[in-house]
Ligand binder design. Structure first.
Ligand code: RAT
Ligand code: ZN
Length: 414
């Protein structure tokens, strides 16, 4: 029997609320990575999205802010954005969603009271709680082999099936001279002019670290003016090292394009901006490397339509997420609608980009609701044609959108 409108709503909300998520891009680490895993109320408040918003109200030099302790910074952010102003920006609201979902009295505005819980809970217990409350099955990390602290943890090895590795190549691709110096220190026979064994040695480095991290993909974030092909160390390493290694391993290469890094360096992590990217780089890669798989997210709103159209042309292209400055309700709604209309069920609507463990709760709670509302409209339109849709089919689609499409893309071989 066909579902009537109210039943569609219920079936979609049930499916979206209960689905266990694979979060394909985060900046989280397992508890065994020590201080690299950020968590708790002070880290939530110190999120760089909130630092940027706070600085708009402050007149003190940036250095004075950075000289404060984390707790002092959190106090200042709380006062500025939550007490002196109403906290309805997406990043502020997120903190409150988190407190609310974890059972705190948001109306009390009692930051010191909230802190007491975070000071007393153990990290292991808290990680379990967040994964459970957020209905998160797996998170994909961002693993930088050039970060000495992180490298140390990898060399020791770790086991936590919930955290999947992703080999991040920003240093290798965007800063070849520094990468080359480090590779030499670690015993790879490389030279800055690419002579001798350099290409073979970069490939060896990639293979070794893909294996060590059991990486589900390789990834890079790229500036808005990225072009491909490109006569540069980056262009050469992509062509001669990354693409062949990814193809042999049948792993995607994830491209995150559109950043204006350090537009305002005084703001540190909060100082990056956005620029419109040239979709031709993505089209070229997908067309010229049909046996490679590409996951792509673009930072500017203006690029979203052409990315969805490109995905209609290339089955080896998987658009994913509403990245960073796009991770706002109005834009997630718009982008998810447009992608659904052009691509049906065949894309990955969202990733969290969580930097603080707790953010898994609010980012997914907000996104689940928006994606569900888009789906309700789509199934309702569908049912008006006389097409019969079942709750099982809705569940099947939702499972694909929140994880299945990612895992089956990893399996596919073109
Ligand atoms: O969204 C963010 O937190 C950014 O700072 C970046 O980490 C971005 O997501 C990236 O992966 O480069
Ligand atoms: Zn990120």
């Amino acid at each position: 029997m066909n579902l009537i409108e109210g039943e569609i709503k219920k079936a979609v909300y049930d499916a979206v609320e209960t689905v266990e998520i694979t979060d394909v891009h985060t900046h989280l680490y397992p508890p065994s990575f020590g201080k690299m895993l950020l968590w708790g109320i002070d880290e939530l408040l110190n999120y760089h999205y909130l630092v940027a918003e706070t600085m708009r109200w402050l007149d003190i030099p940036y250095e004075d802010f950075w000289a404060m302790s984390k707790r002092q910074q959190a106090d200042l952010i709380w006062k500025t954005l939550f007490i002196d102003n109403s906290p309805y920006s997406e990043a502020c609201r997120g903190v409150l969603t988190n407190l609310h979902k974890l059972g705190f009295d948001v109306a009390s505005r009692d930051l010191e009271g909230y802190r007491k819980y975070f000071d007393s809970v153990s990290l292991e217990e808290y990680v379990d709680r967040i994964f459970k409350e957020g209905r998160i099955k797996y998170v994909v990390m961002t693993n930088d082999p050039f970060n000495e602290e992180e490298r140390g943890y990898w060399l020791k090895g770790y086991k936590d099936a919930r955290f999947k590795g992703a080999l991040r190549l920003d240093v290798l691709l965007n800063n070849w001279p520094d990468a080359c110096t480090k590779l030499k220190q670690w015993g790879y026979v490389v030279s800055e002019d690419f002579s001798g064994e350099t290409i073979a040695e970069i490939r060896r480095f990639l293979r070794e670290w893909m294996d060590r991290m059991e990486a589900v993909y390789m990834a890079v974030s790229l500036p808005w003016d990225f072009v491909y092909p490109e006569d540069s160390p980056r262009g050469r390493i992509i062509e001669e090292c990354v693409l062949p290694v990814a193809r042999d391993a049948n792993k995607p290469f994830a491209l995150m394009i559109g950043v204006k890094r350090q537009l305002n360096p005084g703001l540190k992590d909060a100082g990056d901006g956005v620029g419109k990217a040239d979709i031709r780089a993505v089209e070229y890669l997908c067309a010229h490397y049909p046996h490679n798989k590409f996951m792509v997210t673009l930072l500017s709103r203006e690029n979203q339509h052409e990315l969805a159209v490109a995905a209609r042309k290339f089955r080896n292209l998987m658009p994913f997420g509403c990245w960073w400055f796009l991770n706002n309700p109005s834009l997630i709604d718009e982008i998810t609608r447009m992608r659904s209309e052009l691509l049906g069920v065949s894309f990955i609507p969202q990733h969290s980009d969580a930097r603080v463990l707790d953010q898994l709760i609010y980012k997914w709670s907000h996104s689940r609701k928006i994606i569900a509302d888009v789906l309700i409209d789509k199934y309702t339109d569908l049912s008006k044609t006389g097409w019969v849709i079942t709750p099982q089919e809705i569940k099947r689609d939702v499972e694909k959108l929140f994880g299945g499409n990612f895992w089956s893309f990893l399996e596919r071989k073109f």
